[in-house]
Design a protein around this ligand. Sequence first.
Ligand SMILES: [Zn+2]
Length: 114
Amino acid sequence: MVKLRNPQNEHRERFKNAQLAHTGTRGDDMQEKPYFCPNCRSNRIKFSVITSYSQSFLKDALSGNITEFKDPDAIAEPEPTIQCLVCSFTGNELRFIKQAEREPRMNSSTTPHY
Ligand SMILES: [Zn+2]
């Protein structure tokens, strides 16, 4: 299996696959639970979901040119990988959920609203 970034299609394909995931056709749906970054412990709002794709392609053996791209396939993972957009920490979704459960947001908190 070869991982390859294809800049021209990447964004569109990611979006398409994200939509698929959201409709429950894949097993890696994100949970609708609060997240809290266990690293910087200041972010509950801004995250990114990391998904790996495999895209096979054919190469010309002499010139090295890529002659054909297959459709990318999302690599199935047991749970989504989440990235904190504040400190760039990346970890399993469960770590973010557990941290939020340990330190639930207080109504009286002085944390500013975004
Ligand atoms: Zn963070």
